[in-house]
Design a protein around this ligand. Sequence first.
Ligand code: THU
Length: 161
Amino acid sequence: MKENKIEISYKVFDDINELTKEDAWLLNEAREVTKQAYAPYSNFYVGAAAKLVNGEIVAGTNQENASYPVGLCAERVLLASASTLYPEVAIDTMAISYHSGNGNSNQPIAPCGMCRQSLQEYEMRVKKPIRLILAGLEGKIFVFEKASQLLPLGFTSESMM
Ligand code: THU
């Protein structure tokens, strides 16, 4: 028997002023687009903005439904848009933020498991990691170099070979 250990490393910034100009701009886009979310059921408004390697910016917001499971997360709305508008173009960086009905938005957002799976698929499809900037409207910011870091031992197309 042998015990394995998985380590994940990411950067923690105290606030947006510590980011590069480019990252700060993208995070502000994500924060801004939370206003377009359709989240009348959870009152948790999520915005995502991504910079593609061709320089284009694509955004997404969560889209809920009276039939709750039909709702979509901001990240997957963004990925579907990017894939439709710019098929096969890699995503360099995605920033994700939120504002909440209860007024608290000072913890970095944690993408859900389904979105982590979708992000991993995108990375593999276009063969480039997606940098993730995770934040609220204020407070600390986490930066991961690869979205798939958030899904250790993930199931991929290679798992079926
Ligand atoms: N949600 C996102 O859009 N992205 C995340 O990373 C976490 C959760 C949405 C789904 C649902 O509309 C609401 O937030 C509450 O779960």
